[in-house]
Design a protein around this ligand. Sequence first.
Ligand code: A3D
Length: 320
Amino acid sequence: MARPKIALVGAGQIGGTLAHLAALKELGDIVLFDIAEGIPQGKALDIAQSGPSAGFDAILKGANAYEEIAGADVCIVTAGVPRKPGMSRDDLLGINLKVMKAVGEGIRTHAPDAFVICITNPLDAMVWALREFSGLPHERVCGMAGVLDSARFRHFLSVELGVSMRDVTAFVLGGHGDTMVPLVRYSTVAGIPLPDLVTMGWLKQDRLDAIVQRTRDGGAEIVGLLKTGSAYYAPAQSAIEMAEAYLKDQKRVLPCAAHVQGAYGVDGLYVGVPTVIGAGGIERVIEIALSEEEKAMFDKSVAAVRGLVEACKGIEPSLA
Ligand code: A3D
């Protein structure tokens, strides 16, 4: 059986890391696509030359023409610009919307059967726009944010509690931005919900509150340190987890920006929710019970995403 084909649209910091991880995990043959000439070719060659030592079998290729993504099984989109210190994700809207138009049309023409994972910010609005421009079925277009936001939450909690990151599960809902909703009640250490850990005296409430806030600001913290761009190792790993769930039909339960139609009172919007990812793409949106306070936070987040989608329609008349 031929190897799956993975197209990485955008060969910058995240794109290059995605290619490396996909090769190490032998998820398939990899095409790195970018408008910058030489960058995707150089990264493809560099990673391919790590193959003999790493011991993977994968063909890596760099490209500047959309024809090269033809027949891709998975497309991961990072094309666009990242944040610089002082910028919000929303400041990227106008410029990255134009990029999504070109990418969406490229996917529509050359890779209409792919499972598409968008990473470009502002995430929830860009994945919506990418779906509109590509015309692919909603269940085959999604955005990566929840896996990363929950990984940040899990990491901070594991350090605070001195336990393995593997035993910490976390639940983050809503848009990828300042309004994201880390759900403390549904986050656990080996099945023990965080509020119970507070009652047991293992976790202080003020420390938990600080970790929730640090999770919300997780991206900005790294932008502030790097100064020239945003996070890329953990974002790439998170998208690889989603791609693997699709390619191997793992039926993973992962939070991601999915098209929500009806659930949570949302009518046709991409927003961060728990999903099941398998060979059918986003096979299910899981609707969990929310308290009044959680629902209010989620609704605020949804309103922020809706505002960005409306702004997209204002900029690009074909989306209205
Ligand atoms: P960067 O290293 O700048 O790579 C972006 C690449 O896109 C560059 O190589 C550009 O040449 C390329 N590009 C620009 N326009 C086009 C186009 N029209 N077609 C093809 N390629 C193009 O950025 P990065 O890899 O660090 O980040 C990529 C995106 O991911 C940014 O928008 C970030 O804000 C976003 N991001 C999202 C998250 C989430 O959790 C959602 C996390 C981190 C970064």
